[in-house]
Design a protein around this ligand. Structure first.
Ligand SMILES: Cc1ncc(COP(=O)(O)O)c(C=O)c1O
Length: 467
C-alpha cells in the first residue's frame, strides 16, 4: 500500500481548518507518515518504537484523527440549528474515548449497562446519553433511569410495558423515542443491515400505530419525543438517508393528525461507511450532512412539522480510521504449488470482522513502510480456525519473522468485539498525540485470564489423580 501524501493537508485541521475530505475516507489516520528510517509514524510516534515499548498485537489510536472527525461532523451539520451527534460507543468505548467525546461536545449512544457505567465513570453528562438495544434488561433500564439517561429508544412492546413500570416505581417520567424498521434495504453485509422489515430490531411500520396509542393512553410515565431508525452499518449509499427522513416525516404527519401528538426529535442512527481498502469509496461526512439536512428541511416544510432536533449516532465513521493494529509476523508456510501464508501474533480474537463479515482490509509493513511490494501473501491469524485469515492475497514487500504488520482502519468493532478465544489475553490499546503515547487499555496478562475462574471447593478437595 502506498502512503498517499495528500493526507498532509489534514495537519491543520485541529487549528480550525476543516477540509472537505473526511477522516472516514482516509485508510490511515491523518497524522500517518513515513519517517527517514522507512518506518510508519502515527501521531508523531514511530510505530517500531511503539512496538518495542508496548508489544504486539497493539491497537494504536490517533487522537488528532478522532478529534478532527468529531469537528468535521459538527461543522458538516452546522447548517441545521439543532443537532445532537451521539458517538455510538459500541464501535469502541473506553473511559479515555468518553473523555474525548465529552471534550468535543458529542453525546453518546449506549447499548448496555456496561456502556452506561463506563460513561458515568468518565464524568459524562448522562443527559447526553441515549440508550438503545433490542433486549435491555430490567436491571439495565433501572440503572438508566436511576442515573437519568437522556432518552431511551424503545424497541418493542415488551420494553414499553417494562419501562413504564420501572418509571412508575422510580416516580419519573422518561423521554423516549420509538425505534422503527423503515423497510429500507441498504447494500451492506447481511449481519449489519438493520433497516429491513424482517429484522430483530424495532417496531415495523404496521405496529407503530398501536405502539403510539399505548404510550398515549396506557403508559403515563413515558413521554414520546419522536422516532428512531438505524438502517445498517458500513453504508456507502447516500440517498438512503433522504429516503429514511421522508419515511419518518410521513409517519410524524400521520401520527400528528391521528393523535394530535407533536414530535420534537428525529433520530436517524448511524451507519456511514469507511474506507478499509483502495476499492472502497465511502461518502464524505459533508456530502451526507448536505443530503440529510436538506432532506430534513424539505420534509419539515412538506408536512408542516414543527421544529425538530436532529440526532445522529455515528460510530464506525468517527473512530475506525483513527485506529490501526500492529502485529508481529511469525511463522510462514508456502503451500506446494499454492499460496504463501504469513502468520501474525493476533487474528480473529482481536479482529473478528474478516471471519464474521468477510470484511476486507489492507496492510503495510510498518518497518519497511515504503519498500516496494515483491510477493503476494495471505495474512493468517494465530487462532485454531482455518477461517482465521485477516487478508487474502495481498502484495507486500518480502516479510520475515519479526517484521511489523500494520492493518489500518481497525479502530471500530475490533477491540469492542474482541474475545479470549484460545485463552489469548486481549491486546493493549494506546493513544498517540504529538509524539506522546499513552495506554488507554492495559494489555491483559495470563493472571487476568484466570482471575475470573473459580474451582469449586468440591473439585479442589477431590483427588483426581486416580482417574
Ligand atoms: C442503533 C444504532 N445506532 C448507531 C449504530 C452505529 O453504527 P455505525 O458504527 O455504523 O455508525 C448502530 C450500529 O450497529 C446501531 O445499531
Amino acid at each position: 500500500m502506498c502512503l498517499n501524501i495528500e493526507r498532509r493537508i489534514f495537519t491543520d485541521n485541529l487549528k480550525g481548518k476543516i477540509m472537505q475530505n473526511t477522516v472516514n475516507q482516509s485508510i490511515l489516520p491523518y497524522t500517518a507518515k513515513i519517517n527517514e528510517l522507512n518506518h510508519l509514524e502515527i501521531g508523531g510516534c514511530d510505530t517500531v518504537e511503539l512496538v518495542k515499548k508496548y508489544g504486539t498485537p497493539l491497537y494504536v489510536y490517533d487522537e488528532d484523527s478522532i478529534k478532527t472527525c468529531c469537528r468535521q461532523y459538527k461543522d458538516a451539520f452546522s447548517s441545521y440549528d439543532d443537532v445532537e451527534i451521539l458517538y455510538a460507543s459500541k464501535a469502541f468505548m473506553t473511559r479515555a474515548v468518553c473523555k474525548i467525546m465529552k471534550d468535543e461536545g458529542l453525546g453518546l449512544d449506549v447499548v448496555s449497562g456496561g456502556e452506561i457505567y463506563t460513561a458515568m465513570n468518565s464524568g459524562f453528562s448522562m443527559q447526553k446519553c441515549y440508550f438503545n438495544g433490542n433486549n435491555k434488561t430490567f436491571q439495565e433500564l433501572e440503572l438508566a433511569l436511576y442515573c437519568n439517561v437522556g432518552k431511551i429508544t424503545v424497541d418493542n412492546f415488551y420494553e414499553l410495558e417494562l419501562l413504564d413500570k420501572i418509571a412508575k416505581e422510580q416516580g419519573k417520567t422518561v423521554d423516549i423515542l420509538l425505534r422503527i424498521t423503515p423497510g429500507i434495504e441498504c447494500h451492506t453485509h447481511e449481519y449489519i443491515k438493520t433497516g429491513q422489515i424482517d429484522s430483530k430490531f424495532g417496531f415495523d411500520l404496521p405496529q407503530l400505530d398501536e405502539a403510539v396509542l399505548k404510550v398515549k393512553t396506557d403508559y403515563t410515565n413515558l413521554s414520546l419525543k419522536g422516532l428512531h431508525a438505524h438502517i445498517g452499518s458500513q453504508v456507502f449509499e447516500k440517498d438512503v438517508y433522504a429516503d429514511l427522513i421522508g419515511i419518518i416525516a410521513e409517519q410524524y404527519s400521520k401520527i400528528r393528525e391521528k393523535y394530535s401528538l407533536e414530535f420534537s426529535e428525529i433520530n436517524i442512527g448511524g451507519g456511514i461507511g469507511v474506507k478499509h481498502t483502495e476499492e472502497d469509496d465511502p461518502p464524505s461526512i459533508y456530502e451526507i450532512a448536505g443530503i440529510i439536512t436538506s432532506s430534513l428541511k424539505e420534509n419539515i416544510a412538506k408536512y408542516g412539522l414543527g421544529k425538530l432536533k436532529l440526532a445522529l449516532e455515528p460510530g464506525r465513521s468517527i473512530i475506525c480510521n483513527s485506529g490501526i493494529t500492529l502485529y508481529k509476523a511469525g511463522s510462514y508456510k508456502q503451500v506446494t504449488e499454492g499460496r504463501k501464508y504469513i502468520a501474525v501474533d493476533g487474528g480473529m480474537a482481536d479482529n473478528p470482522r474478516p471471519s464474521m463479515y468477510q470484511a476486507k482490509y489492507t496492510a503495510l509493513i510498518a518497518n519497511k513502510a515504503s519498500t516496494e511490494a515483491e510477493e503476494t501473501v495471505t495474512i493468517a491469524g494465530r487462532y485454531c480456525e482455518s477461517g482465521d485469515i485477516l487478508i487474502e492475497n495481498i502484495s507486500l514487500p518480502v516479510i520475515t519473522a519479526g517484521d511489523i504488520i500494520c492493518i489500518p482502519a481497525t479502530g471500530a468493532y475490533n477491540y469492542s468485539m474482541a474475545s479470549h478465544y484460545n485463552r489469548v489475553p486481549k491486546p493493549a490499546a494506546i493513544i498517540v498525540h504529538n509524539g506522546h503515547s499513552d495506554v488507554i487499555i492495559k494489555r491483559e496478562s495470563y493472571q487476568d485470564l484466570i482471575s475470573f475462574d473459580v474451582i469449586p471447593e468440591r473439585l479442589a478437595k477431590s483427588d483426581c489423580s486416580c482417574i
